[in-house]
Design a protein around this ligand. Structure first.
Ligand SMILES: CC(C)(COP(=O)(O)OP(=O)(O)OC[C@H]1O[C@@H](n2cnc3c(N)ncnc32)[C@H](O)[C@@H]1OP(=O)(O)O)[C@@H](O)C(=O)NCCC(=O)NCCS
Length: 165
């Protein structure tokens, strides 16, 4: 199986990443959220310029399979996994793992002692399997819809060399 590769986000990626975001929300979150909640969530990328600005404001990595972008993740304030989305056609191939590994290593290399995620209910299992510990439940409003999330935290090794991997 092809291994995912990572590269930094470029401004020209914004339309494609917006499309990945919307497909991911629409096709992968239906077990935990209503159609109205999914529609409100997906609409966060309707304004491509604003979405691109959000991607550029964080430390954003793009994952590719055979050169094609299939997912992305963004680290905010060297602390929070702000975005983590994989295209439905590419799930289950280690793309989310590669992206999260990348963000955790970058955060640790920049001195972070811990990393957090505000995980949607469908992604909470992904994070707990990686050693993130649930800290609190939240509700966020997007486009008039209330969505439940969980804040999780994972301690980071102080230097990449000390990482168990
Ligand atoms: C959650 C998400 C990023 C996972 O991406 P992915 O590329 O499929 O993840 P991987 O292939 O690297 O999976 C790694 C492991 O996590 C497991 N896993 C993946 N998604 C999971 C989930 N939702 N719940 C529990 N475990 C999950 C896989 O089974 C795999 O386990 P294994 O190593 O034992 O085989 C992807 O499903 C997604 O984009 N979901 C919708 C968007 C979303 O909710 N994003 C998070 C916002 S906070």
């Amino acid at each position: 199986m092809t291994q995912p590769a990572l590269r930094p986000y470029l401004p020209a990626d914004a339309p494609l990443l917006a499309a990945i975001f919307q497909a991911s929300v629409e096709e992968l979150t239906g077990d935990d959220y209503t159609e109205a909640q999914q529609a409100a969530w997906a609409s966060e990328a309707d304004d491509e310029a604003a979405f691109g600005a959000r991607l550029a404001a964080g430390l954003t990595l793009v994952a590719t399979l055979d050169g094609t972008a299939v997912g992305f993740a963004s680290l905010k304030d060297n602390l929070l996994v702000d975005l983590l989305y994989v295209h439905p056609d590419a799930v289950g191939q280690g793309v989310g793992t590669a992206l999260c590994d990348g963000l955790e290593r970058l955060a640790a290399a920049r001195g972070a002692k811990e990393i957090k995620a505000d995980a949607s209910d469908n992604a909470e299992g992904f994070f707990t399997a990686r050693g993130y510990q649930p800290q609190r439940r939240n509700t966020v409003t997007i486009g008039g819809e209330w969505l439940a999330t969980t804040t999780l935290m994972k301690p980071l090794a102080t230097s990449p060399a000390a990482s168990p991997r």
